[in-house]
Design a protein around this ligand. Structure first.
Ligand code: C2E
Ligand code: CA
Ligand code: CA
Length: 574
């Protein structure tokens, strides 16, 4: 009797275990967002499992029902899907395919797995349907981002550089010319200050839309950033001569731009023009020449177009005498380093500081590096300037270190030209040693444009630096190529999400989706993230919510002189 009771207890215990396991499996299936279609070769019956309703509004019981399934997918996928699902028995193998459902606008990954018995005969077939709509959308967005500028929909800078490079190569063999028109709004700051950044953005967008109408087979238009656009023209003549294009733009500018809020804005622009092969034979150099003569147009009273001629450049350099002033300035110590704090988002503790150079001109005005660094890069002055920046920043850093026990990182902006110097790494290491700064305390910021020219050589150098323990940070992410596949191969530690994303992250749903997927995927790749240009509490809170690691921006700290960094450190160590 006892024996029987024991057996019954055992059986019911086993039963309970079975049903709880079954329940568990069912739950796993149902919550996995997948649906399964099971086929038994023996009974020739189908069975649907898990989230089937998410994909299809009917069940599949036999071969005839399969036709309804094919009706659900978009036309171009019907035949490939048939082939994958009904692979002839002899060549049964595991396969997968991506299809789109017609009515539900869902992307589905279909994966077929076949199970065999010991004799090698197929016994069961399991077809898994997985919703990959979100992934596909993210991929599309990233591809878009690699080529286009978010705000205007025009080509972005890096892609433009590539397209102009192609034009130049073509022109080389065809003996043709390539013209660059460098376009910059006059008094954009006044518009931004007077009407607000949103109005400024809208104007940038409207003007971009207008410029996009000028595009053709031989004319490409790009939005670099802020109020800067660049037009590349292959074989400029006739309707696509620089003159005609400039006249078309001037004609449009006689009318105001009307913003969505009803404000009317009159705009004038300054344009610099440089032509291949006359001005330069390299793409970046050509764009640079056009930019320099654009400054000349500004100097001549704005609302103007200036063509690059060797003599003009000489004249310009002599007049503004940037080159000489820079050299003098080094000796007169007219450069000043400012440091902008970066904070850990979660607890607002100081992470590090970015060194940003300032130049006081003769009138005591602070000149932005955005103005003089491109010129310094052009005339070579960037080398002594860059060395000075490194030395001065490391000196200040060692001073902070001496006074405050606080783990801090110093980020340095390094130009492509500096990286190209064979002695760059040795020089850096020498200065680090001189000021007792450890590799782990140094971060070098590079922009994607550094990589364009010589990807292999630069990545090799970066890998050497990284091996030494120095951090590498990719600056202005989102304005260049920025494709994930390209990121994967880069020896970097940190990624700085460009200010242009942060600017619109609160107001623009699209930017939000992209920023979130960037942060999500970049973290998966194991990189640290920094958001740049965070100006408001709202932006800060949002970035904290989506787990962006660090933030930098006027909201928590503007670039400031060394003494103010010391007060910050004093607060942090108090
Ligand atoms: P960057 O590396 O992207 O530096 C960030 C710029 O954004 C800085 O401008 C900073 O003052 C500004 N910024 C930071 N937070 C905010 C914010 O919340 N709102 C706004 N509106 N702006 C913010 P800055 O100092 O004028 O520098 C401009 C660029 O000049 C830098 O861009 C960098 O590319 C270059 N640069 C600066 N210092 C150096 C240097 O020592 N060497 C080299 N090669 N380039 C430098
Ligand atoms: Ca930077
Ligand atoms: Ca940046």
């Amino acid at each position: 009797m006892d024996e029987l009771k024991y057996q019954i207890d055992l059986l019911s215990a086993m039963n309970e275990k079975l049903s709880s396991e079954e329940k568990m499996l069912r739950l796993i299936c149902e919550t996995s967002n997948n649906a399964f279609l099971y086929y038994s070769f023996e009974s020739q019956k189908f069975q649907t499992v898990a989230n089937w309703d998410h994909f299809f509004g009917f069940t599949v019981r036999d071969v005839h029902d399969m036709n309804r399934l094919y009706d659900c997918v978009e036309e171009q996928y019907v035949i490939p899907l048939r082939e994958v699902l009904f692979i002839e028995e002899q060549k049964l193998q595991n396969q997968s395919l991506e299809v789109r459902l017609k009515d539900k606008r869902i992307c589905v990954e279909v994966e077929v797995n076949v199970v065999y018995d010991e004799q090698g005969e197929p016994t069961d077939k399991i077809i898994r349907f997985k919703d990959v709509t979100k992934l596909v959308a993210q991929n599309d967005e990233l591809t878009y981002m690699a080529y286009y500028d978010m705000l205007t929909g025009l080509y972005n800078r890096n892609y433009f550089v590539r397209l102009v490079g192609e034009m130049i190569r073509k022109a080389e063999s065809a003996n043709a010319a390539v013209a660059i028109m460098f376009v910059d709004f006059d008094d954009f700051r006044r518009i931004n200050d007077g009407m607000g950044l949103i109005a400024g953005d809208e104007l940038v967008q409207l003007f971009g839309q207008f410029l996009s109408d000028l595009m053709s087979d031989n004319v490409v238009v790009s939005h670099f950033n802020s109020d800067i656009y660049c037009i590349g023209i292959y074989d400029p003549c006739g309707a696509r001569s620089v003159n005609t294009i400039y006249r078309t733009i001037s004609e449009r500018l006689k009318q105001p731009f009307i913003l969505s809020g009803g404000q009317e804005i009159m705009l004038t622009i300054s344009v610099g023009v440089a032509e291949y092969p006359e001005a330069a034979t390299g793409t970046l150099e050509l764009i640079n020449c056009a930019e320099i003569v654009m400054f000349k147009a500004k100097n001549m009273g704005k609302n103007n177009v200036v063509y690059y001629e060797g003599a003009i450049l000489d004249d310009f350099l002599k007049k503004v005498s940037i080159e000489n002033k820079l050299k003098d300035a080094i000796f007169e110590q007219n450069f000043i380093m400012y440091y902008q704090p970066q904070f850990h988002t979660a607890d607002r503790r100081l992470r590090g500081v970015e060194a940003l150079i300032r130049w006081k001109d003769d009138n005591g005005r602070m000149v932005s590096p955005a103005v003089f660094i491109p010129i310094a890069e052009k005339n070579g002055a960037i080398i002594p300037i860059g060395t000075w920046v490194i030395e001065e920043s490391l000196r200040a850093f060692s001073e902070w270190k001496r006074k405050y026990a606080y783990p801090l990182i110093i980020s340095l902006n390094i130009s492509a030209i500096q990286y190209r110097q064979p002695e760059f790494i040795d020089g850096l290491l020498r200065l680090m040693k001189k000021y007792g700064v450890e590799a782990a305390e140094v971060e070098l910021e590079i922009t994607e444009s550094v990589l364009i020219d010589d990807f292999a050589e630069v990545t090799r150098k970066l890998a050497v630096l990284k091996d030494l323990g120095i951090k590498i940070s990719l600056d202005d992410f989102g304005t260049g190529y920025s494709s994930l596949s390209y990121l994967k191969g880069l020896p970097i530690d940190t990624l700085k999400i460009d200010k242009s994303f942060i600017d619109t992250v609160i107001t623009d749903e699209n930017t939000r989706i992209i920023t979130e997927s960037i942060i999500y995927m970049v973290k998966k790749l194991g990189y640290e993230t920094i958001a740049e240009g965070v100006e408001t509490e709202e932006q800060y809170r949002y970035l904290n919510e989506i787990s962006c690691d660090n933030i930098q921006g006027f909201y928590l700290g503007k670039p400031m002189p060394s003494e103010q960094i010391e007060s910050l450190l004093a607060d942090m160590t108090a």
